[in-house]
Design a protein around this ligand. Structure first.
Ligand code: UTP
Ligand code: MG
Length: 502
């Protein structure tokens, strides 16, 4: 959901990785933390390799903990290594790369962490531990920790678990525990990609990104049909209130928290409180709350597509308009409808949104509009504000949609006899040469985008955002005119939008 920029802006950025154990040497690869296994390597060689790696800007941890990303071993005997690793009681072991020394030597030679390839991996070959009668399911071991390497349709067979994990993630978000929030979202995303419902805890063995906490939740749901922890959160007054307040367009977690601290618990409390000053976005959020908190149907999205297409054609016949966001991924319902529009004539895209807005105003269908002019500056790339909003011209709208324009009728509440409803629409207008990056970025899902960027950073030493793809070591931008070009640059198999519902 898009929120007021002020609200987005207050999000804390994660702290840069601490150079734990890296001495005073400069850390060049903060996302990669190595641990060198002493077995077979020996203490003196381990110390030598540690110094070597640190001198090249790598972080090498002395202790094996859940923060380690790459475990390097000279012990190629997988079973003894994996037995030893299992005994370390690590939560994130499934998410770590367990690599033989060839990855390390390749990386030292290149002076950067090289992409992990199958030949580097020391694969877990351990038999099922005693007590588990079923062997791990075949797909589990081959499921990637990155959502951009898992095909995820809208058909979620594990909703009972993912809904619970989403509540836990949201609760962490409200408590500013970003790491834990992300961990629950990653776990939920892995479960969404599974081809079948999890029926026994053993079926989750070997799945990446599932920590101890997540497993406990799954186990409880399997046994009792629900999670007691999730029930407790759902009945918690603070959670309920923050959830209610953040459901208003323009209200983010910080504002919701501020209102909660003032003792406000309901919309009427907020609206009656003299000290609360609502901005324009929030005023519209309250005014149209009933409509815009109601899901938008595919038929409604189609009708809006026709309206916007007509406006675009009237203004610039050669403009290119595409549906993006959740509806491009094949969702039946969404919280808004997202479109991307561009023009062959460079620079023309910057004026098209104000003209579309003007036209809608004249037609009497514009209920709210927040236009943000482009701040995109090619000379400022690569942007380091990944995950943040992009710099393209965009507008956040609330439009009036007439029932007679929707072939399947309006998705209005039962008993609502109005002939129209209000719908949230977002339009973004990148320059044509950025179109592929913007389309990929706005198609989502959010988790898919996060993992695409993490994959680029961790596995390819590249930076990806809605504007560009940058190769960090080659220090060059990789051009793309289609999404397929971007997947190819990243060395990823192409995924259709409907497979990106991570
Ligand atoms: P949405 O919040 O609209 O999500 O953002 P959605 O996937 O369409 O789902 P619903 O149905 O509306 O809830 C669409 C995508 O646009 C990207 C996000 O990554 C998200 O995946 N986005 C959104 C940006 O890149 N920049 C923005 O400023 C806003
Ligand atoms: Mg959307």
């Amino acid at each position: 959901m898009l929120r007021a920029p002020a609200v987005l802006g207050v999000r804390k950025r994660p702290r840069p990785a601490e150079a734990g154990g890296a001495g005073r040497q400069e850390v060049k690869f903060g996302d990669v933390r190595l641990y060198l296994v002493e077995r077979k390597m020996g203490l003196s060689r381990r110390s030598f390799l540690t110094r070597l790696a640190r001198s090249k800007g790598f972080i090498v941890d002395e202790a094996l903990s859940d923060t380690v990303t790459h475990v390097v071993s000279e012990d190629r005997e997988a079973s003894s290594l994996w037995t030893w690793l299992r005994q370390r009681a690590l939560k994130d072991l499934p998410g770590m790369h367990v690599l033989d020394i060839s990855w390390f030597t390749d990386s030292m030679r290149e002076g950067r962490p090289v992409a992990v390839e199958t030949r580097h991996l020391i694969q877990d070959t351990l038999p099922t531990p005693p007590g588990c009668s079923t062997p791990p399911p075949a797909p589990a071991s081959s499921i990637s920790q990155y959502a951009c390497q898992r095909r995820t349709t809208t058909e979620n067979r594990n909703r009972i678990f993912t809904d619970a994990l989403e509540v836990l993630a949201e609760s962490c978000e409200f408590n500013e525990m970003e790491g834990r929030c992300l961990a629950f979202r990653r776990a939920a995303s892995v479960l969404k990609s599974l081809p079948a419902a999890v029926q026994r805890l053993e079926a989750t063995r070997g799945l990446p990104c599932l920590g101890e906490h997540t497993r406990a939740v799954i186990e409880e749901i399997l046994q009792c049909g629900h999670s007691f922890e999730v029930r407790k959160i759902l009945s918690d007054e603070r959670y309920q209130t923050l959830k209610l307040f953040t459901s208003v367009f323009g209200v983010g977690p910080k504002t919701a928290e501020k209102w909660y601290r003032r003792g406000l618990r309901s919309f009427s409390d907020v609206l009656a409180e003299p000290g609360v000053r609502l901005n324009r976005m929030q005023q519209s959020g309250f005014l149209h709350y009933g409509d815009i908190s109601r899901a938008v149907s595919k038929a409604e999205a189609r009708a809006l597509g026709n309206i916007i297409d007509e406006a675009v054609r009237a203004i610039t016949p050669d403009a290119q308009l595409a549906l993006t966001g959740g509806f491009r991924r094949g969702k039946e319902f969404g919280h808004d409808v997202d479109f991307i529009v561009t023009t062959p004539e460079q620079g023309r895209e910057e004026t098209i949104l104000p003209q579309i807005i003007q036209r809608m105003k004249k037609q009497g269908i514009l209920l709210y509009s927040d236009y943000q002019a482009s701040t995109f500056d090619v000379s400022k790339l690569p942007s380091h504000r990944f995950e943040a909003m992009d710099h393209f011209a965009k507008c956040f709208l609330i439009l009036r949609l007439e029932g007679n324009q929707v072939d399947a009728g309006l998705n209005n509440a039962e008993g609502d006899s109005r002939s129209w409803r209000a719908v949230r629409v977002d339009l973004v207008a990148p320059p044509m040469d950025r179109y592929a990056f913007a389309l990929l970025g706005w198609t989502g899902s959010r988790q898919f985008e996060r993992d695409l960027r993490r994959f680029a950073r961790m596995e390819r030493q590249m930076l990806l955002d809605n504007h560009a793809l940058y190769h960090k070591t080659k220090k060059e931008f990789l051009a793309a005119t289609t999404e397929k070009d971007i997947f190819a640059h990243l060395g990823l198999e192409y995924m259709e939008p409907w497979q990106r519902n991570a």
